[in-house]
Design a protein around this ligand. Structure first.
Ligand code: 1QQ
Length: 373
């Protein structure tokens, strides 16, 4: 249904808007991440346009709410790609949705660029799939190693959501890292999306007397899990993945958010010039502190801009999409999350596929209502 013949072609020499799709969860539980992501894109787009755009062309974001729902992510990808004829699509917010929607982008030869997708296998979908979010596979072993060294934990309980691509992938990677580090597991418990009462699992966990809880959860369930753990006197450190790495934990779990360990390439404490500039600009524009999701989206638009700079826009959307795909793998950028470059991923058959992030993680812990290094 690609309606190439309907596109109005702007003369190549004249400045044209560069239409970029943004498909994020702006409502529902995953909006805890999606709103920060949208803000990060808007800040970067404003800055890029204020500085003259990309080769003189302004960036025009076409923003859609995919509600953190995989069917809706498919609908929104189709709208952006076929109807709006965007050059590329950012999003969706959750790996669960990316696994469903990215094949649409791949099949229509349009770059899908995830800024928050950390599950295994997303970039194995194909060579049009990119992400700058660092995977659970890369971050979790480091998070566990540092937390074990700093807290002296000897044995842990595991709790994870078993019906979401990201929480399941986080579990697989935690399990492997625990085996590699020879840390015994006292019990493994599960929950499902939408659950609100975790007392049964937490009571079981408490009875096994773990030194910490390893938790693979999205924040909608992860925050009440932290609250209920503390309510039953389970005050051990909680080690989370990307889903728990949001300042929203302080709004949702209040003082019971203390003692949460997470890893990420971004920290509010990181004092580089680029990060300080980002934090100041974000806080001024949105009257709230940024988080890693905002930082990764902000950097992602600049990374895409490095690729777009090399594309000589022809006015043919398919040709420009293909040229962007070819230019993007060599894009390099130093932004709020530090220095960034892509590394090529492989598909399930071991053949070259999409592109992952190559970045170091920093491990932080919540203390006094803040993430501290
Ligand atoms: C994923 C995640 C979530 C926490 C995204 C916000 O990392 O679904 O991959």
């Amino acid at each position: 249904m690609a309606s190439v013949g309907l596109v109005s072609l702007a003369p190549a020499a004249q400045a044209a808007d560069i239409k970029i799709g943004v498909a994020e969860a702006l409502s529902g539980g995953a909006a805890q991440y999606g709103i920060a992501i949208r803000n990060g894109f808007q800040l970067a787009a404003d800055e890029i346009n204020a500085a003259g755009g990309i080769n003189g062309n302004k960036v025009a974001l076409v923003i859609e709410d995919e509600r953190g729902n995989k069917e809706e992510a498919i609908n929104v990808f189709k709208k952006l790609i076929f109807q709006d004829q965007v050059l590329m699509v950012f999003g969706p917010t959750l790996s669960n949705s990316a696994q469903a929607a990215d094949p649409i982008a791949q099949a229509s030869k349009t770059v899908a660029f995830g800024t928050s997708n950390t599950a295994d296998g997303i970039t194995s979908i194909g060579n049009f799939v990119f992400r700058n979010s660092v995977t659970e596979a890369d971050v979790l072993p480091e998070t566990l190693k540092i937390t074990a060294a700093k807290t002296g934990l000897k044995k842990v309980a595991v709790l994870y959501g078993n019906d979401d691509v990201f929480t399941k992938s986080g579990y697989d990677n935690f399990k492997k890292a625990l085996e590699d580090l020879k840390i015994p597991v006292t019990t493994t418990e599960t929950f499902a999306k939408g659950d609100v009462d975790f007392k049964a699992q937490l009571t079981k966990i408490k009875a096994t007397n773990p030194d910490a809880i390893v938790l693979s959860a999205l924040i909608a369930e992860g925050a009440p899990i932290m609250v209920q753990a503390r309510q039953i006197g389970l005050n051990v450190p909680i080690i989370g993945g990307n889903g728990m790495n949001s300042v929203k934990i302080f709004d949702l779990a209040k003082e019971k958010a203390e003692g949460l360990w997470v890893g990420s390439p971004w920290s509010i404490e990181n004092q580089t010039d680029q990060n300080r500039k980002f934090i100041v600009a974000y806080t001024a524009k949105f009257k709230a502190a940024p988080d890693q999701f905002a930082a990764q989206a902000y950097d992602a638009l600049y990374i895409a801009a490095q690729g777009l700079k090399k594309v000589k826009l022809s006015g043919s959307v398919p040709a420009d999409r293909a040229a962007l795909r070819d230019a993007l793998p060599s894009a390099k950028w130093t932004g709020a999350t530090g220095t960034f470059e892509f590394t090529q991923a492989k598909d399930r058959a071991g053949k070259p596929a999409g592109y992952d992030a190559k970045q170091q993680a920093i491990v932080s812990v919540t203390r006094g209502g803040k993430f501290a290094i």
